[in-house]
Design a protein around this ligand. Structure first.
Ligand code: ADP
Length: 174
């Protein structure tokens, strides 16, 4: 849609007040390091409780790579956290497809909750080892395409912890 806005934010995703923020979770949904740890620390135990409930009732064997689920955002300014499981690079049959599915499923889930804004971390580019340039291309292409199908989302923010990590995505916005 013509009036959609894609932005870059450098810093900590937990500080944002978008309707939804996305967590690069692992399949256990029980928290971890990196951005996952930061979100659970800043958002408080309510998020972990909600994750455990979803896991126990719907995903006893864990959430599959590329899938996404939504919970409260606890104490965060955002209304929701969307937890998605990125591919472990070198350990996934089709990492491109899996990473794209993370962005697609997270956006569509946020839109189904009538979110107008959403912030993404650079899924899989930390502990999971996805090359940052390729990951940025997949993120951008997928989001641009799926945004066309969204009814409510107007603003997507790509969040990077460091300026140098943001440059690939920045070059795609022009
Ligand atoms: P994964 O396991 O999917 O690779 P990580 O959390 O290890 O997830 O890293 C994903 C990306 O998130 C990395 O590029 C890392 O620099 C970034 N990151 C880590 N903490 C934060 C944070 N608080 N806010 C935004 N991005 C973060």
């Amino acid at each position: 849609m013509a009036n959609n806005k894609i932005d870059i934010f450098i810093g900590d995703i937990t500080t944002l007040d978008t309707d939804a923020i996305v967590n690069a979770a692992n399949s256990s949904l029980l928290g971890g390091g990196g951005v996952d740890g930061a979100i659970h620390r800043a958002g408080g135990s309510e998020i972990l409780q909600a994750c455990k409930a979803i896991r126990d009732t719907e995903y006893p064997n864990g959430l599959a790579t590329g899938e996404a689920v939504i919970t409260t955002a606890g104490r965060l300014k955002a209304n929701y956290v969307i937890h998605t499981v990125g591919p472990i690079y070198g350990n996934d049959a089709d990492p491109k497809q899996s990473l794209s599915a993370c962005y697609r499923n997270s956006l569509l889930l946020a839109d189904s909750y009538k979110c107008t804004s959403i912030a993404f971390p650079a899924i899989s580019t930390g502990i999971y080892g996805y090359p940052k340039k390729e990951a940025a291309e997949i993120a951008y292409v997928t989001v641009a395409e799926v945004l066309e199908k969204c009814r409510y989302i107007r603003n997507v923010v790509f969040v990077f912890h460091k300026v140098e990590d943001s440059l690939y995505l920045k070059s795609l916005l022009k």
